[in-house]
Design a protein around this ligand. Structure first.
Ligand code: KG4
Ligand code: ZN
Length: 339
């Protein structure tokens, strides 16, 4: 008898994107993301505004995801949702919705760790031609996290390096703010860097032992450097500034990544998270991989920044392992690194 299909509805609402996806086995049938422009003038995500916008978006986004996937809601086997880490008010909207949906449909709940989702996005059917082989190292770089993860199996991974202060995405966004860009400025730094000279300006890099990162010194170094300049300097040098800042951040990221790959003696290396959408991060991974004989894995753009597809695939592995939650489950702004 053919095996029954597994259909999962996934919800992601950990920060400022409301996303819903439908997964059938390993294939994504729909993956919708409603962004929030309300934060752009504030230089960062305003938690209260984010949770309000999630409340407005969640119903239409889920409705559209189900319609676009062409499935009947009665065919959904389980609801996966982001339990944490993230903004509590934002997470609560997704968790409450998932719990109500599961109760109404009498189906299981799967509480997914957002950071596992970023890593497991590599296992979505259309994420890439080939899948990483275990064990591999995944550099997860986002607005809230910078983690070097040793992945032994789908649900067995450990953080071997992390940031002691700002995340890489935060470094991009804070530098972008100093250059006059709106939030989130990371993608704009990437855009302007394309025409700039990455060697034009030099910024300080941290001297840290081990595999941990630090980005707060870089932020201060950029700030002091800009404060010393005359009016009009940023405008005249915008492309070179973006290229030089981007190169510094990517140098810092790869210095430790190369060290980790050597230390753990792996051959497969992946990147994940919002900053893995950055063109220099992507090309540096390919370049380094060619030089050091790594097999490299870069997610599709839509699976880099926050999305429910990654929560769905993580949910599927948990569902198969019988890891479901009950109605007492709650959101966690901070949580242990385990599924
Ligand atoms: O994974 P993500 O969507 O959300 C979090 O979980 O934090 O990552 C968002 C972060 C933001 O800091 C954003 O500026 C950064 O990813 N980002 C980029 C690019 N695209 C997104 N940073 C640099 N270059 C990009 N192209
Ligand atoms: Zn994320």
């Amino acid at each position: 008898m053919p095996r029954k299909d597994t259909i999962i509805l996934a919800i992601e609402s950990s920060c400022d994107d409301t996303s819903a996806a439908i997964l059938k086995n390993d294939s994504i049938l729909s993956n919708l993301v409603a962004g929030q422009s309300v934060h752009s003038d504030f230089g960062g995500v305003v938690p209260e505004l984010a949770s309000r916008a999630h409340m407005q978006h969640i119903l239409p986004v889920v409705d559209q995801a189900i319609k676009k996937a062409g499935v009947d809601k009665n065919d959904i086997d389980a609801v996966a949702f982001t339990k944490g880490p993230g903004l509590l008010g934002s997470l609560l909207v997704g968790v409450s919705f998932a719990k109500s949906f599961a109760l109404a449909q009498n189906i299981p709940l799967i509480d997914v760790n957002h950071m596992y989702g970023h890593v497991l996005a590599h296992f979505i059917d259309d994420a890439g031609e080939k899948k990483p082989e275990f064990p591999f190292i995944c550099l997860t770089v986002s607005g809230g996290h910078t983690q070097i993860v040793l992945v032994r199996d789908h649900l067995d991974m450990d953080i071997v390096g992390t940031t002691i202060d700002d995340a890489a995405g935060e470094a991009f966004d804070k530098a972008a703010k100093m250059l006059g860009f709106q939030y989130p400025g990371g993608p704009l730094v990437d855009k302007y860097a394309k025409k700039g000279n990455p060697e034009k300006f030099e910024f300080s890099k941290p001297k840290m032992d081990g595999l941990d990162y630090s980005f707060s010194g870089l932020k201060t170094s950029i700030l002091y450097f800009l404060q010393k300049q005359e009016d009009g300097f940023i405008k005249e040098n915008l492309e070179d500034l973006c290229a030089s800042i981007q190169k510094t951040i990517v140098d810092i990221l790869f210095d430790k990544l190369i060290k980790a790959v050597k230390e753990y003696d792996v051959k497969d290396v992946a990147i994940a998270g919002g900053v893995s959408a950055n063109s220099e991060v992507r090309s540096r991974l390919q370049e380094t991989g060619r030089k050091l004989h790594w097999n490299t894995y870069i997610p599709k753009f839509e699976y880099c920044t926050d999305n429910a597809a990654m929560i769905a695939i993580a949910g599927r592995y948990m569902y198969e392992a019988g890891m479901t939650a009950d109605q007492s489950v709650s959101a966690r702004a901070r949580m242990e690194f385990k599924p």
